[in-house]
Design a protein around this ligand. Structure first.
Ligand code: ZN
Length: 259
């Protein structure tokens, strides 16, 4: 049984922020031993494949790491790898371009997703993202907290790659796995439990979309596997439960359609 984190903060914040169009990433006490298949969450905001097949991304130069910020450097290294994983699992998901710049365009204008840097402090979430607005577009904004430094993890490159893939999955319409069993599920708002066409139990600390970023490596390695950056082995980033929920809306292509 994995160690626990602090729950009160998570629930209080979630309830108080009444599910703004961003998904709060908070460490929380995970009293779940396993996550049921039906714990995957869809925000019920349609995304047109014409949009998800051609996602253009703009990135704030503050995330280039040119000023020596180690979190920014880690994000700069992880972003092209996250792009590879996301663009290889489904015929309906493709990040086609990543543009860097100093002047951030308004979200939802010239680029599909704007990734900016923020300084929300060491007590805040490592990142957050907007969910789709229901018009068919993907969520238009992602924000990375430069103050929360996880680069000390021996497998930090895997961590930051998973963090970015997690946030992109919010922009693609997914909520936090575990919300049903974790009591953080609000039927009155957008969230809906994804029908459990699969029967893949999920480890609460391994599931990519749990509402915190697991401090546990999926690879079981200290560091990243030699072929991690190739983006060809889904199990370096996704659990089977993660893949099952992706397949439910976007359809996965072989060999990733295993769950
Ligand atoms: Zn999240």
């Amino acid at each position: 049984m994995q160690p626990k984190y602090i729950i009160a903060a998570a629930l209080a914040l979630c309830t108080s922020c009444s599910k703004a169009p961003q998904q709060a990433e908070l460490s929380y006490d995970n009293h779940l031993t396993t996550i049921k298949p039906s714990d995957n969450i869809w925000f019920n905001k349609k995304v047109d494949f014409a949009k998800s097949k051609n996602i253009t991304v703009f990135v704030d130069n503050r995330l280039s790491g040119a000023d020596g910020n180690v979190v920014a450097k880690a994000i700069k290294e992880a972003l092209p790898v996250a792009q590879k994983y996301l663009s290889s699992i489904s015929p309906n998901i493709n990040i086609t371009s990543i543009t860097w710049g100093d002047v951030l365009p308004a979200p939802g204008t010239t680029y599909d997703v704007v990734i900016r840097a923020d300084n929300s402090g060491t007590g805040a979430a490592p990142a957050w993202a907007h969910i789709p607005d229901g018009t068919g577009k993907v969520g238009d904004l992602m924000s990375i907290n430069l103050d929360l430094n996880q680069t000390g993890l021996s497998w930090a490159h895997v961590y930051y790659t998973r963090l970015l893939v997690h946030e992109f999955l919010h922009t693609l319409g997914y909520g936090h796995t575990g919300a049903v069993s974790g009591g953080d599920y609000d039927a009155n708002v957008e969230e809906m439990a994804i029908p459990n066409k699969h029967n893949t139990t999920q480890d609460p600390l391994q599931a990519l979309m749990s509402s915190y970023n697991s401090l546990y490596s999926l690879t079981g390695y200290s560091g990243a596997p030699a072929d991690f950056d190739a983006g060809t082995n889904p199990f370096y980033v996704f659990t089977k439960g993660d893949l099952a929920q992706l397949n439910w809306y976007y359809t996965l292509k072989a060999p990733y359609d295993v769950y």
